[in-house]
Ligand binder design. Structure first.
Ligand code: MN
Ligand code: MN
Length: 466
């Protein structure tokens, strides 16, 4: 064969990964426009409760009705409900019977963070501090010496819920976890990185002034409590019935001179939740009923009444089937689910953690994972190749840039997500997501193109006719 033929054959037979914007800069403009809304979503939603609240507003503005299990809905109707202020479920009724299956888009809106302990407030050496218990997989040493904000709710026995959000407005104070100065760091430097700052050292400074009456015991703590009482009407006992989260203060930012990356706290998994919600909202008159679930508790194993292992989302599917007189088992058997969660982006500085040919890359498009898990694919649902073919086929048809890979080098670690909790119900499920640099850190990086491609994929999936 001639050399030219080999070149042609090489193009026809071999696959060479590409970065979509290398050939099409207009895509970046489209991604920029889409991501302005995403950045606002991040800034306004730093906790699962805040994300549920802004999502509900977006749904109502888009014409969604609060789901009534006694009502009958017709094709094109848009309905939603909020589970315990922490999970969002939204759906658009399809023209086909429920028995033909649902199109599920699921993502999670909880994020690794520091929760307050039940009895968090204490005074020591003329400071008031809060004791925290970290939530999810954080690298504790990353949380010292940075501005922190306090978000959450105090729940009163009379049913009243008092919302707290302080540290985000320019005029607000912020809070901080201290670290040792290098001058006195000799002993700490000998610790393992995982113990650089230990769990019981994640104490947040929230005050340093005392009441004027010197005879009062714990005058600094009292001074802080007086300020809290003035602002929120709470007493110390109210910390016992609260959900207060310590998160990095500040807004999402563009990263890099070309502004193609976004840096922000909480992108795992709001970088999926936002496109999933937007794709659900944009979907008009689908063939199959679309259901978008933004769930809680993924970062700690999806257990509990707001986690994906709970029945709350599946009860909703059952209720929809009941409304139509459709068989729920048939509906599950015919359903398809895209389980959207972040994956690790190949990092040039830490490249030894990855296997280059099977890594996923920031800027190469939406990333699929046939399986996640660890130690020989443990703890994952391994999607059927038929489903991978179906979804990637939709991408190819719509000219959506996609890649597929694994989280990192075999046996270095790994991780799971919520796909298996849907797959275990007999619903075909595939993992999809945006690659993230510095995942689970206070400032995660994503590429705008990948976010746009995720949105386009979920839209194509929701609107598919077969
Ligand atoms: Mn996640
Ligand atoms: Mn995570």
């Amino acid at each position: 064969m001639s050399e030219k033929n080999m070149e042609t054959l090489s193009k026809e037979l071999l696959f060479k990964p590409e970065y979509p914007t290398d050939k099409n800069k207009a895509l970046l403009e489209e991604a920029n426009a889409f991501c302005e809304g995403y950045k606002k979503f991040l800034d306004n939603g730093k906790t699962e409760r805040e994300v549920a609240e802004i999502s509900e507003k977006m749904l109502i503005e888009a014409g969604y009705q609060l789901f009534d299990d006694a009502a009958t809905y017709k094709p094109g109707d848009k309905i939603y409900f909020i589970n315990r202020a922490k999970c969002v479920v939204a759906a658009t009724i399809g023209s086909e019977s429920m028995e033909k299956g649902f199109r599920l888009n699921i993502a999670h809106i909880d994020v690794p963070r520091l929760d307050l302990k039940p009895n968090p407030l204490y005074e020591q050496d003329h400071f008031s501090l809060l004791k925290t218990h970290y939530y999810g997989g954080i690298r504790k040493y990353q949380w010292g010496t940075m501005p922190l904000a306090i978000h959450g709710v105090f729940c009163k026995p009379n049913g009243e819920t008092i919302k707290v959000c302080i540290g985000e407005d320019e005029s607000d104070p912020v809070f901080c976890i201290t670290d040792l100065l290098p001058h006195l760091g000799a002993e700490q430097n000998e610790r393992k990185l995982s113990e650089g700052i230990k769990g019981e050292e994640l104490n947040v400074v929230i005050g340093s002034e005392c009441v004027t009456d010197e005879s009062v015991k714990e005058g600094v703590k009292l001074n802080t409590m007086i300020l809290l009482n003035q602002k929120y009407g709470i007493v110390e006992r109210d910390f016992n019935r609260a959900e207060i989260e310590i998160v990095p203060a500040g807004k999402a930012r563009d990263v890099g001179f070309d502004r193609a990356l976004i840096g922000a706290y909480g992108q795992d998994d709001r970088v999926e939740a936002y496109p999933a919600l937007m794709a659900e909202i944009a979907c008009k008159n689908p063939t199959f009923t679309t259901v978008c679930v933004l769930t809680d508790k993924e970062e700690i194993g999806s257990e509990g009444v707001t986690g994906m292992q709970s029945d709350y989302a599946f009860h909703f599917l059952q209720q929809l089937c009941r409304m139509q007189g459709a068989d729920y088992i048939r509906a599950c058997q015919a359903s398809k689910c895209l389980s959207a969660d972040v994956t690790a982006a190949y990092d040039p500085t830490w490249n030894s953690a990855f296997e280059a040919a099977n890594a996923t890359y920031a800027g190469r498009g939406v990333a699929f994972a046939k399986y996640t898990g660890s130690r020989g694919k443990g703890g994952t649902s391994d999607a059927c190749a038929e489903l991978v073919a179906y979804v990637t086929g939709l991408c190819d048809e719509a000219d959506i840039a996609w890649q597929i890979g694994e989280m990192g080098r075999i046996d270095l670690g790994g991780g799971g997500t919520i796909a298996m909790y849907v797959a275990n119900r007999g619903i075909d499920t595939l993992d999809i997501g945006v690659p993230v640099l510095s995942m689970h850190s206070p400032f995660e990086l994503t590429h705008k193109i990948d976010i746009l491609m995720l949105y386009k994929t979920l839209s194509a999936f929701n609107n598919a006719k077969a």
